[in-house]
Design a protein around this ligand. Structure first.
Ligand code: AMP
Length: 279
């Protein structure tokens, strides 16, 4: 696997492949890789000729300095996981490589930016679109791969690609979970043994909601899920919502394609998860 730290070195590497009419699949990450990330690499290798992964802990999308400082950065382990999975090139830029001093960014994202995650992490999606735009410009992928784990993020990036007419296809890949249901996340390493058990309430309530969908009205499902989570030990619930999958507006009784989304703090660690609901 090639490892490059500058946009020009990345471009030089990819140029030869583009000239040979190879397609490029791109997986942007913040590192501390797990099977969820590696499933995205697999998808990229299946769909495209060349798989590019980036690891960049993007400062502009963090709303809390401590979260940025404590974000895990096991780079040697990440490199060995990526190379054993057949990733072709890792882009590993510094903050200075990606940002000009004092630069600003403001992309109109409409209400998508202010609901759900946006309520609890104001400015988060401005930071996400700012870095993903730059990474797309650097990699110029044919297809970019994102996890359903960050469902709202996929919607936001889809809007950016649509509104700015960026020449890239997006592919959303399913959530990879631990055997007991916990959605894999780089932040799970921060959970103590007790918190790790408490955190299972999130996937448990989501799976229960999925089972009952179609027989119980969505408002009732949302109220029941909220109540269950609020009563779960160790869980500080931020939201449990059932939304239309396309707009992220609250689901209506007749909505057919919906998603249940949850965010909570478990100790000092903030976790998110979701499931798609099908009638
Ligand atoms: P991150 O490194 O957390 O920014 O995530 C990089 C990409 O991996 C994003 O598209 C995430 O949605 C995706 N991802 C993170 N966790 C999972 C998971 N458990 N299953 C599938 N995709 C995931």
């Amino acid at each position: 696997m090639e490892i490059v730290t500058t946009k020009s070195a990345l471009n030089a590497f990819l140029h030869q492949h583009r000239a040979a009419a190879k397609t490029i699949g791109f997986v942007p990450t913040m590192g501390a890789l797990h099977q969820g990330h590696l499933a995205l690499i697999d998808a990229a290798k299946q769909v495209a000729n060349i798989a590019v992964c980036s690891i960049f802990v993007n400062p502009t999308q963090f709303t809390q300095a401590a979260d940025l400082d404590n974000y895990p950065r096991p780079i040697d382990h990440d490199v060995s996981l990526l190379s054993s999975r057949g990733c072709d090139v890792l882009f590993l830029p510094s903050v200075g490589e990606m940002y000009a001093p004092g630069e600003t960014w403001n992309l109109p994202l409409g209400e998508l930016e202010h609901v759900l995650e946006g309520e609890f992490r104001p400015g988060h999606y401005q930071g996400v679109t700012q870095i993903v735009y730059k990474l797309f410009a650097a990699v110029q992928p044919d297809v970019a791969f994102f996890g359903q784990k960050d469902f709202q993020q996929v919607k936001v990036i889809d809007k950016m690609v649509h509104d700015l007419q960026l020449p890239v296809k997006l592919q959303m890949c399913p959530i990879v979970r631990e055997a007991d249901g916990l959605a894999m996340s780089s932040r799970n390493v921060h959970l103590s043994a007790t918190e790790r058990q408490d955190a299972l309430a999130l996937s448990r309530v989501l799976f229960l909601t999925r089972e009952r969908f179609g027989t119980v009205p969505v408002q009732q499902l949302e109220a029941d899920g909220t109540q269950l989570l609020a009563a779960s030990p160790g869980i500080a619930l931020e939201y449990f919502r059932i939304c239309d999958r396309d707009t992220l507006h609250p689901a209506r009784p007749e909505s057919k394609t919906v998603v249940a989304l949850v965010a909570a703090r478990v100790g000092a660690t903030r976790l998110i998860d979701n499931v798609l609901l099908e009638a």
